[in-house]
Design a protein around this ligand. Structure first.
Ligand code: DX5
Ligand code: ZN
Length: 217
């Protein structure tokens, strides 16, 4: 458990994308903390989602901050444009970046918080050397690429390792989890030190989104 507030970031990959404006209004009413925006390029992951033009347009429809998860190769080429179009947090994949420090610097230079994401099979220790330069680590709790997958429990240990290392270094970073997060899986991730919970399917399929958000906190 971390002393930090638990925040909920709603993955709009799980929403009715043809009605994105009304879906964003639902998220505002449900008091989510961020809109999680999954960018997939069909190369880093086996799926294609949406990108800069959609972000730019969605940004004009809500006051909620945008948490952009880049599942793309060569993230260094796109960070500036995502920042300019309304990203507040930009997270890129450690496995996809050619120059991790440059990516971190670009996020900051363009006024965004910087996050590094790791896939389920990437060891937690690979992010340790960057912890004092970033705002957030995103631990993927499913293989990136698709919403609606089952939570991978073996990732809990990695969350714990990263929180322990951050505490050891005296760093107050955020740890985000993404994939298969529900009212059932959220207690384990929180117990191990995660404080930002991404949820897509669980929120958008809920009968009562307000209650669903509360159940995660
Ligand atoms: C998966 C995405 C997730 C996904 C989460 O690659 O990064 O953000 O949309 O969806 P659920 O909550 O349905 O697992
Ligand atoms: Zn995501």
């Amino acid at each position: 458990m971390t002393g930090k507030n638990i925040l909920v970031s709603a993955s709009i990959l799980g929403c009715d994308l043809a009605n994105i404006e009304s879906e964003l209004k639902r998220l505002e009413k449900a008091n989510v903390d961020y809109v999680h925006f999954d960018v997939m390029d069909g190369v880093f992951v086996d799926n294609i989602s949406f990108g800069i033009p959609v972000l730019k347009s969605a940004k004009t429809k809500t006051y909620l901050p945008f948490d952009v998860h880049l599942m793309i190769t060569d993230p260094e080429n796109y960070i500036a444009e995502f920042a300019r179009c309304g990203a507040d947090i930009i997270t890129f994949h450690l496995e996809a970046a050619k120059d991790v420090k440059k990516c971190i610097e670009l996020c900051k230079k363009y006024g965004c918080k910087a996050g590094i994401s790791i896939k389920p099979n990437t060891p937690a220790s690979e992010v340790f050397e960057y912890l004092d330069m970033i705002d957030m680590v995103l631990v993927m709790t499913v293989e990136p690429g698709f919403g609606g997958q089952g939570f991978l429990a073996f990732t809990l240990e990695k969350i714990k390792e990263i929180r322990q290392k951050a505490d050891e270094l005296g760093l107050d970073i955020d740890i985000q989890v993404d994939g298969g997060i529900t009212d059932k899986t959220c207690s384990g991730v929180k117990k191990n030190g995660a404080n930002i919970l991404v949820a897509g399917t669980y929120l958008f399929k809920a009968d009562d989104m307000v209650k669903a958000v509360e159940s995660l906190k």
